[in-house]
Design a protein around this ligand. Structure first.
Ligand code: A2P
Length: 311
């Protein structure tokens, strides 16, 4: 079934989640409401997106209006880069729970292998080296406390996943990474699958027009367009359906009700095997390289170093 994936905790994660990065705070309530009305049961959020309080207001309204119950939804949030110190992790989730008006989070992720000084803004001057083993031990406590029903990571390369597994008592449930037909993450997917870690795809449409993204377009890729025409679907639907058939959950962001609905309309059809094979022919390029993290003070001396060669 592609409607959901079972995590290594035993929980089911709905396979399509609404991404909320770059949705304006004043628009996110309507976007979430429309998404849940259309059938979405999974919302991806983070304090870094600067709209988490408004996400909480949307959830409250959905519960008050009786559209869904808390237990029907799967809500993800992420540890702020300034709160990696073990003693700050519990406060971080408490603040996310307050924003979201929830008493538990379904999935809590280390937002990235990037750390800044506590109480500062996410700018290069504030970067400091990570201590993922120490942060992960604090994440494990969140899991044990029940505040986070699953814990995981985001933006981790194969090497960073392997280093984490070497010290983890709780295996991460999810690694949320950039993933779409133009950056397919073949090596990482294989590693994660073999370790029981679910791969979740942010920017599954290649985040057209997003700052920081550069490289070839996913939605105007000729192979994606060819398959979309053959199947009479949109390029976005094909990109998302490809993700599901590769075994990953997809987190398309949209603030537009028509596109929100269209992006969810990917369950009652499939891409035939011979078309799936064509995706392997697409030239690969990471679109979000996160160059700003390459600084002497972050401990990353190059993009190769940040992504452990996967760039
Ligand atoms: P909008 O919010 O106006 O719909 P990603 O999920 O890969 O990060 O991509 C998000 C970007 O893609 C946003 O700019 C969003 O704009 C746009 N988008 C979302 N859904 C679609 C779609 N079905 N077709 C084209 N563009 C889309």
């Amino acid at each position: 079934m592609v409607e959901s994936f079972v995590l290594n905790t035993g929980a089911r994660m709905p396979s399509v989640g609404l991404g909320t990065w770059q949705i304006e705070p004043e628009a996110v309530c309507n976007a979430i409401y429309a998404a849940v009305k259309s059938g979405y049961r999974h919302i991806d959020s983070a304090v870094a997106y600067r709209n988490q309080k408004e996400v909480g207001l949307a959830l409250k309204k959905l519960f008050e209006d009786g559209v869904v119950k808390r237990e029907d939804l799967f809500i993800t949030s992420k540890l702020w880069s300034g709160n990696h110190a073990p003693e700050d992790v519990d406060d971080d989730i408490s603040s996310a729970l307050e924003d979201l008006q929830l008493d538990y989070i379904d999935l809590y992720l280390i937002h990235g292998p990037i750390r800044i000084k506590k109480g500062t803004m996410l700018i290069p001057e504030n970067l400091i080296p990570t201590d993922i083993p120490a942060t992960w031990r604090a994440m494990e406590k969140l899991y044990e406390s029940g505040k986070a029903r699953a814990i995981g990571v985001s933006n981790f390369s194969c090497k960073k996943v392997e280093d984490l597994l070497a010290i983890a008592r709780v295996t991460p449930a999810v690694n949320q990474v950039e993933c779409h037909p133009v950056w397919q993450q073949a090596k990482l997917r294989k590693l994660c699958q073999s370790m029981g870690i679910h791969l979740s795809a942010y920017s599954p449409l290649g985040s057209p027009g997003s700052p920081g993204y550069c490289g070839p377009s996913v939605l105007s890729n000729p192979i994606v367009i060819y398959i979309a025409e053959k199947l009479q679907k949109t390029p976005a639907q094909v990109a998302l359906r490809w993700g599901l058939q590769m075994g990953q959950s997809v987190l398309p962001k949209s603030a537009d009700e028509t596109r929100i609905k269209a992006n969810f309309n990917i369950f009652d059809w499939s891409i035939p095997e011979d078309f799936m094979a064509k995706f392997f022919g697409i030239k690969q390029a990471r679109l979000l390289k996160i160059e700003f993290a390459v600084q002497p003070q972050s401990g990353y001396n190059s993009l190769e170093d940040l992504w452990d060669g996967e760039v």
